[in-house]
Design a protein around this ligand. Structure first.
Ligand SMILES: Nc1ncnc2c1ncn2[C@@H]1O[C@H](COP(=O)(O)OP(=O)(O)O)[C@@H](O)[C@H]1O
Ligand SMILES: [Mg+2]
Length: 478
């Protein structure tokens, strides 16, 4: 029975008034305009025209690009990713959740991507570190048998930028490396390294270290012969009741093997000189960074719990030390992973330019298969790719990665490089140059790229908003 009394009508009016007041415009509530709340265009109401099939909107449509238009066709466009993996953010056009996790995608049946490696590239202040800290480090930690290892190169107040995160979510402190020897040490001839990658692998590592110490210069065949001979002699004959270390190779460098006596005196002399040259290079390295490299690996160097950081932020920005530690650390990790079968390890290479551009790229490339077998996936974070030579091992490592996140690239050259390298649509070059902090272009496997906004929780914001970022002077840092 309906209430027709005056008081009944009044109270209904009041109730309606209250309702109206409570409905806030969506842009006030959500800080943006949702397409679902806007009134649609007026439709033809003329019955006769409607009978003849004129159902089109009366207003002319707004011009739009094919890309913008596809999103309106919900029958054609689905979410750009499935729902498995880790939340990355939301698709800027459709507002769909974008989830992706390289390990999940790589291990799903059938495989969604052919490599678990990830590339994160973009200018300073674009939001790369915030993204990696949340999407690649914190969020996957809740998944069983997952862990992250970080080579943390960026100094923030006297320690690496991940130190806080490690204290909060890991077990213990970052493993610190310092030039004065007060920190930890890594031994190039650590049994974990030699037993995992073998003599040949250890030689590749030594080769990379010599090149890094020589500022990237190539070794010639004489250098290579001298270095290989000295290393195999050390590994075969060392018996001093302790583990061999980098310093133990030095006495063998410059000696010419009796087995090489079919060489002319001039050739023997050349080989002798090549050996001495390498000895001088390694001596120089040990003189300067003895505390880091000379001796057995420190006891504290281990993978603890789900989060470990190799803090290389206090090593001098100039000079080879941080790259040497990164190269040896990477190989050490391969050896260490064997004792934890079933674990999936994400290795974050922040400021990982040298890993893809320098001599270490050779190592990475040659260890790809081994890494996969041991459940290791790498995340390379760097600013731009225009300097990476074509056909270099670094270029191969990048183009093999199947999870691509490109943050703002201010310069057209850099944006064009990304478009070329990752096979983006040409129109994406312009998008890349105007991305806001926290926005990126995402591509996995051969699925076309999407513009995504990274969304962080409140806790994540406090953990990732770097001071320099908030002061707006991020560009000066690094
Ligand atoms: N998802 C995001 N949304 C909004 N702002 C962000 C987001 N991610 C990062 N930022 C802002 O950008 C600043 C720089 O981020 P950062 O991750 O340090 O960039 P990068 O590592 O690329 O230099 C942060 O301090 C923060 O203020
Ligand atoms: Mg950063």
């Amino acid at each position: 029975m309906s209430d027709t009394t005056a008081s009944g009508r009044r109270s209904r009016r009041q109730a309606q008034a209250v309702d109206v007041e409570e409905t806030q415009p969506v842009e006030n509530v959500a800080g943006e305009i949702s397409p679902y709340e806007l009134p649609g265009p007026a439709r033809r109401t003329n019955v006769r025209k409607a009978r003849r099939g004129y159902y089109a909107p009366k207003l002319p449509g707004a011009p739009s690009t094919t890309r913008q238009a596809t999103v309106l066709n919900t029958a054609l466009i689905g979410p750009s990713t499935g729902t498995q993996g880790v939340a990355n953010g939301r698709d800027v056009l459709s507002h769909n959740l974008v989830t992706h996790d390289p390990v999940t995608a790589y291990n799903s049946v059938p495989r969604l991507i052919s490599s678990p490696n990830t590339v994160v590239v973009g200018g300073v202040g674009g939001g790369k570190s915030s993204f990696v800290k949340t999407v690649c480090v914190i969020r996957p930690l809740v998944i069983r048998y997952r862990r992250a290892v970080i080579f943390d190169k960026k100094n923030r107040g006297g320690e690496g930028e991940y130190a806080e995160l490690v204290r909060e979510w890991g077990q213990g402190e970052p493993i610190r490396f310092t030039q004065d020897g007060s920190g930890s040490r890594l031994n190039l001839l650590d049994p974990l390294i030699v037993s995992q990658i073998g003599d040949a692998g250890t030689y590749r590592l030594l080769h990379a270290i010599i090149r890094i110490a020589r500022d990237g210069a190539q070794l010639d065949v004489w250098d290579e012969k001298a270095a290989r001979a000295a290393l195999s002699k050390t590994l075969a004959t060392f018996d001093a009741g302790r583990i061999a270390t980098l310093g133990d190779i030095l006495p063998w460098l410059g000696r010419v093997d009796a087995g090489d006596d079919d060489m002319s005196p001039a050739s023997r002399d050349r080989l002798h000189q090549a050996g001495l040259g390498i000895r001088f290079t390694l001596e120089g390295l040990l003189d300067e960074y003895g505390g880091l490299l000379d001796g057995e690996t420190s006891k504290g160097v281990d993978l603890t719990g789900k989060l470990t950081s190799f803090d290389i932020s206090q090593l001098p920005a100039e000079g080879p030390s941080s790259n040497v530690i990164r190269a040896i650390g990477n190989q050490w990790m391969l050896g260490r992973l064997r004792s934890d079968p079933g674990w999936q390890t994400t290795c974050i290479n922040e400021e990982g330019w040298d890993m893809v551009e320098g001599p270490a790229a050779h190592l990475l490339k040659s260890n790809q298969k081994l890494s996969r077998g041991l459940g290791l996936n790498n995340v390379f974070v760097f600013h731009k790719g225009t300097d990476i030579p074509k056909d270099s091992p670094g270029q191969t490592v990048i183009s093999e990665a199947q999870s691509i996140y490109v943050f703002r690239q201010d310069r057209k050259d850099d944006a064009d490089w990304a478009v070329r390298t990752f096979g983006f649509d040409p129109s994406t070059a312009e998008v890349l140059q105007t991305l806001q902090p926290g926005h990126f272009v995402f591509k996995y496997g051969s699925v076309p790229e999407t513009h995504v906004q990274h969304v962080r929780s409140d806790i994540e914001v406090t953990l990732t908003d770097t001071d320099e970022g908030m002061r707006g002077d991020a560009r000066k840092v690094q």
